[in-house]
Design a protein. Sequence first.
Length: 299
Amino acid sequence: MGFTAMKSMKLAMVGGALAATALLSACSGNNAAANGSPVKNASDASAARAGHGAAGGGGSNSDGKGSDGDVNCSAQGGQVGPPGGPRVDLIADQSTGGTIPGCTEAFNVITEYYAKAPTEGEGPGRRVLDIQGTWKCALAPEPEGSQGAVFCGKQDDPDSNIETRPSTTAGQAPSQEPARRFPNTTQNVHFTGYDTATNMARFQLIQWQAGGPDNGHYVDVPGDTKTYRLPLDARGEVFSAASLCPGDSVTVDSRNRGTTPCTPRQLQQSLATGGNMPFAEIHVDGNDRITMAKEIYHP
């Protein structure tokens, strides 16, 4: 079977699992099924797992992209899961047309689902219809659901799907906690680029070193020259001092942090073009997402 046919079958199965959960919700007394499903037909969830998850994405490289085109966002951003639940990999599925939801969006979607499912989830699949405005998510039918499998589809784009599934790395048990790097911290960083495959910002840690002709400058943190990657929160705050977004003047506070509001999208574009890589103060939330970035002005 050709790649395109296999991908079409796989995406139909993922969407079918959402449709099957909608049917379960309707049978349990909810009217959620009237809202429709991202895909046309309900399919057997076990077949979806066999056709999609069992292959483990066909293996993945260091950026998390499997041989079938899907991206394992957890390869860089850590595993996900509800409080007290199993930790699983977050997968952004490649469509038959080659498009892939960004990992930043995927993390935002699944995080909101975990927050809403306990109180707003419909039926046995805990289906939630309004996530990030355009997504719907639900647990997979058993036995996959109890193992942490969740399927999400974009309501206005049937080809956009994400899912969670247990890690299939040979000989390695799924981790019980996500690989958080800087949860609930503020860091000074030197942005070095943007990975479009995983939708993550690249940066190195920096610190202020006093002395010299300018009475001080930023240097790499001694003993830590690694390059890190974290997703940007799509609803985060970004403030420019001089270069992140268009402006005719430098706008900073008393600590030389930028004050001109930008958008996460503008930050992504600035980093992806490979131009001036700014220093910034970033705030990282408990899910290891950058929720605020303030450009540091250093004349």
